[in-house]
Design a protein around this ligand. Structure first.
Ligand code: AGP
Length: 606
């Protein structure tokens, strides 16, 4: 998956494109490139590795132009290299692409049979050859004809040296937006890339092809029928996507969580009435009347879904199944029109999750998505979306998206429970009070980041970690293990604490850090005995306990504390320590915390 950008207007495009690519780097960063229309030709600069390499190249070998495209890549076909970097150029055409051309091998063979030669291993290069082949003077028509041969996903922006006064953009299953300027227009993978220049956005939909000039934007379908897309005002300020003085986006986003939880709750909690003010589109789905809810997601979002199960079953008593999307889609799932399907996705672009949504749609299920990116693919395919309002999450390791997903799920659980009469207004007010306290409780915990760093320093040489949690803390143990793996590259696994005696206890020795989440709650006593089993075998216990729990503190190498609070609120607090622990270990190891190896922020490929 990659980041793409295009510019056309009255200014030199190179600086604008470079700035846009720097804000898209989280989408992929193994190579980058820029192409511009210049004096009847197309000038191209590309570099392997991070964007800085491209910027250095252009500083010694400059290009200039008013019409240009740029790309930052996460390799899917063809290893990271300069020749496989985008833009891919052929003759007087150049394109940048995000997605996967599924039939590119057969197209490539057909083109070779017609005398074409290729300079890259990419699937993208066949598209620029198809455009060149289809070109008879009308650039947009050539792109349309070329794309009719293509199966798969794409967001592309294309240049033609004969038409320096236009760029052509097209979208199929990969995100693409157009931003309107004054005598200039922008095309990009997402809002943050061009928010510095415009707040007026058009979100292209699957099958759209746009012809963009400095002063006009025309949108057509593949059959050249004109399409109207609304222009939306986006209120994000640019700072929301910048680091604001933190060393890493991830740390900024960890500290943003109290505010983002507040934003997620904003306008949705009517404490006096003891109800949740849910969006009408969501309420109309009447999920509380479903026989079963199916939650499908990947990675961190899957862990949020697991906690959603605990919350919804505990409060609303609606049966909930939770699946990893890449498993769900291939096991011929049983879905009925009485099911409520919930897709959880920060990016709204995860291919496996989106594929599951389409399967649920085919079976007539009602579809709700919980998503962080407005108008991204998954929300636009849903009956309704509960937006998490976390603003852009740039760090590849998800943090604020996770806790705002939990906040969304807890509101939905309370809403369903109230609608079913499973909880009364008084108990709802009790729960809402507990939710209201979360941001300030998180703030307090975040003040202990330095303590966490001291503990992290003692764990740097561990080559594996075990995370243990019960009930609502088992998904948190899974999430803590994933955070550690993602950014420190140290192996970790999570188990329900009660599973220790069924095998993992064999791992315990004085070299293995065991992170145990054990606050005072309904399963505390059981977890206590698990801890004693670990202690008896000289395990290194790092625990998360309720303030004042001296007994657990004594048996721990280090104990992090959370305040006394309702069990359903505890996950918001315990996860902070696990996010900070992973962050500090990774930072102390000198890892690239925001762009860890092998990962990309949004996995739009299968
Ligand atoms: C989480 O830290 C990872 N970046 C990854 O597991 C992520 O949660 C997963 O790819 C799902 O992404 P989504 O929420 O955008 O669908």
């Amino acid at each position: 998956m990659c980041g793409i950008i295009g510019y056309i207007g009255n200014r030199d495009c190179v600086q604008i494109i470079q700035a846009g690519l720097s804000r898209l780097a989280y989408r992929g960063y193994d190579s980058a490139g820029i192409a511009v229309c210049h004096e009847g030709d197309i000038d191209l600069r590309r570099a392997h590795g991070k964007l800085e390499n491209l910027i250095s190249l252009i500083s010694v070998d400059p290009i200039r132009g008013n019409t240009g495209i740029g790309h930052t890549r996460w390799a899917t076909h063809g290893r990271p290299s300069e020749s496989n970097a985008h833009p891919q150029k052929y003759g007087k055409f150049a394109i940048v692409h995000n997605g996967i051309i599924e039939n590119y091998l057969e197209l490539r063979q057909e083109l070779i049979a017609r005398g074409h030669q290729f300079t890259s291993e990419t699937d993208t290069e066949i598209v620029v050859h198809l455009i060149a082949e289809a070109y008879e003077g009308d650039f947009a028509q050539a792109v349309r004809k070329a794309l009719k041969n293509v199966r798969g996903s794409y967001a592309i922006v294309a240049l033609c040296a004969d038409h320096p006064d236009e760029i052509i953009a097209a979208r199929q299953q990969s995100p693409l937006i157009i931003a309107k300027g004054d005598a200039e227009n922008f095309v990009a993978s997402d809002v943050a890339a061009v928010l510095a220049y415009s707040r007026q956005f058009i979100f292209l939909d699957d099958g759209d092809i746009a012809r963009v000039t400095a002063n006009t934007i025309e949108i057509f379908d593949l059959d050249n029928r004109k399409i109207d897309r609304p222009v939306k005002e986006i209120q994000w300020n640019l700072a929301a996507a910048e680091k604001q003085g933190y060393p890493h986006y991830m740390l900024k986003e960890i500290y943003e969580q109290p505010q983002k939880i507040t934003d997620t709750f904003r306008g949705r909690i009517l404490e006096d009435e003891g109800i949740i003010n849910i969006d009408e589109a969501i309420d109309k789905l009447e999920f509380e009347k479903c026989h079963r809810l199916q939650i499908v997601a990947c990675g961190t979002s899957y862990h949020a879904g697991l906690l959603g199960k605990y919350l919804i079953e505990k409060l609303a008593r609606i049966p909930v199944d939770v699946d990893v999307a890449s498993e769900y889609r291939y096991r011929n799932p049983i879905i009925t029109p009485n099911d409520g399907f919930i897709a959880i996705s920060q990016s709204g672009e995860t291919a496996d999750t989106y594929a599951c949504l389409k399967i649920a749609r085919e079976h007539g299920a009602k579809i709700l998505s919980i998503c962080n990116v407005m108008d991204s693919t998954i929300p636009r395919a849903s009956d309704a979306t509960f937006y998490t309002r976390a603003d852009p999450e740039i760090g590849v390791a998800s943090t604020k998206a996770f806790t705002t997903q939990l906040a969304s799920l807890i509101l939905l659980a309370i809403h369903f429970a109230r609608k079913l009469g499973m909880i009364d207004a008084d108990y709802t007010r009790h729960l809402l009070n507990a939710l209201r306290a979360i941001p300030s409780q998180m703030e307090a915990i975040l003040e202990s980041s330095d303590d966490v760093r001291l503990v992290a320093r003692k764990l740097l040489r561990a080559n594996s970690f075990l995370y243990l949690g019960r009930n609502v803390h088992y998904p948190i143990a899974l999430e803590g293990a994933l955070k550690l793996k993602e950014i420190t590259y140290i192996h970790a696994e999570a188990y329900p604490s009660g599973e220790m005696k069924h095998g993992p206890i064999a791992l315990i020795d004085d070299r293995l850090p065991v992170i145990v989440i054990a606050p005072k709650n309904s399963t505390y006593e059981k977890t206590l005995s698990n801890l004693q089993e670990v202690k008896a075998r000289n395990g290194r216990i790092i625990s998360i306990v309720t303030e004042g729990d001296d007994m657990l503190t004594r048996v721990s190498e280090h104990a992090f504390t959370i305040p006394e609070c309702d069990e359903i609120v505890q996950p918001f607090l315990s996860v902070l320590y696990l996010q900070l622990l992973a962050y500090h270990i990774a930072d102390l190891l000198g890892n690239d915390v925001d762009q860890p190896r092998n990962l990309a922020k949004s996995v739009t490929v299968e």
